[in-house]
Design a binder for this molecule. Structure first.
Ligand code: HEC
Length: 157
């Protein structure tokens, strides 16, 4: 019995070590001038700061890769999250979205913040500084509402 456990432990360790060679390739797509959220509209400095810190690692091309991005299998979860998140909404290419899509995303932001579903809870376990206070969440909500109105006025149907 002891021997089997020992072999199992060795297999696990060797497997873990070998798995380290199988890593996703991480890259930040280039940021194209004129495409970012900040360039498309006015974003108050405090809102920019909050979005950058609490959403930017997943919803922008300015991801700061944490230490566990080097550890298989965690890096695969990370790669998956970033890919999905950028596909849903990427502040670095915000200005390539049509007004209708921007409006939809602003509405989604409101929903996600009110339901406290974003930032992803699993991300907050490690990134404690990305936790949003009620006040910070309120600032983003206020901005999203104002930006929604501005877009609607600019693009009457
Ligand atoms: C750790 C990565 C991560 C962080 C940080 C993060 N998100 Fe997300 N977000 C995702 C992923 C993954 C998805 C797509 C899958 C899903 O909807 O759960 C997503 C989806 C969304 C969507 C689209 C949801 C829908 O209606 O389909 C919105 C809006 C959003 N996030 C807003 C935010 C905001 C605002 C922040 C910051 C306050 C934030 N996210 C922080 C990973 C993240």
């Amino acid at each position: 019995m002891k021997k089997i456990l020992k072999i199992a432990a060795i297999v696990l360790v060797v497997g873990f070590v070998l798995a380290q060679f199988i890593r996703p390739s991480f890259s930040n797509p280039p940021i194209v001038p004129g495409e970012t959220l900040e360039e498309s509209t006015t974003v108050p400095a405090d809102v920019q700061m909050i979005i950058g810190r609490s959403c930017g690692d997943c919803h922008s091309n300015k991801t700061v890769y944490p230490w566990y991005s080097k550890v298989t299998p965690f890096n695969w979860f990370l790669a998956n999250h970033i890919e999905d998140a950028r596909k849903e909404m990427n502040f670095s290419v915000w200005n390539t979205y049509a007004p209708k899509r921007k409006l939809k995303k602003l509405e989604d932001i409101r929903e996600q913040l009110e339901a406290k579903e974003m930032p992803l809870p699993s991300y907050l376990w490690i990134h404690r500084d990305a936790v949003l206070s009620e006040e910070q969440s309120g600032l983003v909500l206020e901005w999203a509402a104002a930006e929604g109105l501005r877009l609607k006025n600019e693009n009457p149907q």
